[in-house]
Write a protein of this length. Structure first.
Length: 391
């Protein structure tokens, strides 16, 4: 009897943005891919509810989504589904300020803000039309298993991998907001002790608005989550209308902010798996590394992982097709290339968080002076912006 069981080159475990982008990238190379998701898609924060986050994506992530034919579909989905960031205003807690502009960086935009749920939806739509991809609920045997099952997935236990992890004891509250003034493409961020608040320009049903990411100590975050809408909006007004970043002339005030939907909260951590590859397996995205969202870089790093692994595999097809897909030397090339940028971003976000977490008068003075100093050093500003753009 003929065996009709499909055979796969790659089993991708996890159907988040990273797993979906990887399945699409590998299918484009002609590989047979099984994309595995547990029966009930669960989501951190609010299981089963639509993701309320907006993601800041840099140039490299957007280029990858463009190659996968997802970026155009996302932009066409509805007006403003992807909003261009042309300026960024950062304020410290004692007058420090730092501003970036696309014009100064000589780029069209510093980043794009996209709807997290819409991005996953467009990736899923593209997968439906992709040849060589089979969606399945159970893992299958394949030459290579790519674990993209996020920070709390099964990979670490199944593979016996140690994860170096620091829990920040903070939660990030995310929500969609509408406001009574146009955002003009300006992202605003307040670094204080103990909270970090970001307003990412993003229109809500064609009304000017922002995506909110507000990180605070757990008890404060829980108290804010428990407030009714009016009280939460009042707390938000107090947190965003203070002296800074009024003091930044180009920024002005974001205006009156109102909730446009539910809030959700995520606990925050810095984490890094101590091994990213072995015979027949590899880790990508949050399964490999988790960073604080204060720089909006987690998914950018995950999509850069996808881009790198797909390139390493494409090069194998051209030059050393005899090498099995699960070959450790092949996978080591991917892990080596991704080690430094992900480690640096972890250190950078953690360093920034630590710097602002402490309520010490001398440190407060120093960090605010530091922000303003960086603001006056164009080469350093250009370097920081280019790091954020590349992911
Ligand atoms: C508040 C907040 C704001 C953020 N903002 C930004 C931003 O602006 N820009 C940015 O780049 N990043 C941002 N991030 C980070 C970003 O959300 C993550 O880096 C990104 O979602 C990771 O994608 P992933 O596919 O690796 O993991 P996930 O999105 O966690 O997806 C993993 C998938 O695997 C599934 N799964 C779990 N267990 C299993 C299993 N055993 N088998 C199979 N599947 C499994 C899950 O259901 C899920 O679908 C933010 C994070 C937070 C918390």
């Amino acid at each position: 009897m003929k065996d009709t069981t499909p055979t796969f080159d790659v089993c991708v475990r996890g159907r988040g943005a990273v797993g979906q982008a990887l399945a699409l990238s590998l299918a484009r190379l002609g590989l047979r891919v099984a994309l595995v998701a547990p029966p009930v898609a669960s989501q951190a924060g609010r299981p089963g509810a639509p993701d309320v986050r907006t993601y800041a994506l840099g140039a490299r992530a957007v280029a990858l989504l463009g190659q996968l034919r997802v970026w155009d579909a996302l932009q066409a989905a509805r007006p403003g589904a992807a909003t261009r960031v042309t300026g960024m205003q950062i304020a410290g807690d004692a007058g420090g300020e730092l501003a970036f502009s696309a014009w100064q960086q000589q780029v069209r935009e510093l980043a794009w803000i996209v709807d997290a749920a819409a991005l996953e939806r467009e990736l899923a739509t593209a997968l439906r039309f992709a040849p060589h991809v089979t969606l399945t609920e159970a893992p299958v045997s394949a030459a290579l298993t790519a674990w993209c099952d996020g920070r709390d997935g099964a990979a670490h236990e199944a593979l016996g991998i140690k994860v170096e992890r620091v829990d920040y004891g903070h939660r990030a509250i995310a929500a969609r907001l509408v406001c009574d003034r146009p955002h003009q493409g300006i992202a605003r961020q307040w670094f204080r002790s103990p909270d970090v608040l970001a307003l990412l320009p993003f229109d809500q049903d064609e009304q000017p608005g922002y995506g909110l990411v507000w990180s605070l100590p757990e008890a404060q975050a829980d108290a804010l989550m428990a407030l009714g809408e009016t009280d939460f909006e009042q707390a938000l007004a107090e947190a965003t209308q203070g002296p800074s970043p009024h003091s930044i002339p180009a920024a002005g005030s974001p205006g009156r902010l109102a909730l446009a939907g539910p809030r959700a909260a995520w606990s925050l951590r810095l984490a890094r798996a101590t091994r990213w590859h072995g015979p027949g397996w590899v880790l990508l995205g949050d399964a490999a590394h988790v960073v604080h969202p204060l720089a909006g870089q987690g998914l950018n790093l995950g999509l850069a992982d996808v881009d790198t692994l797909a390139r390493v595999i494409a090069e194998r097809q051209q030059r050393e097709a005899w090498r099995p897909l699960g070959d450790e030397r092949l996978l080591a090339r991917y892990a080596r290339e991704r080690a430094a940028p992900t480690w640096l971003m972890g250190r950078f976000t953690d360093g920034l968080w630590q710097l602002f977490a402490q309520d010490n008068a001398a440190l407060k003075e120093l960090r605010n002076r530091g922000l303003s100093l960086v603001n006056r050093l164009p080469p350093l500003k250009r370097w920081l912006a280019s790091q954020a753009l590349q992911g």
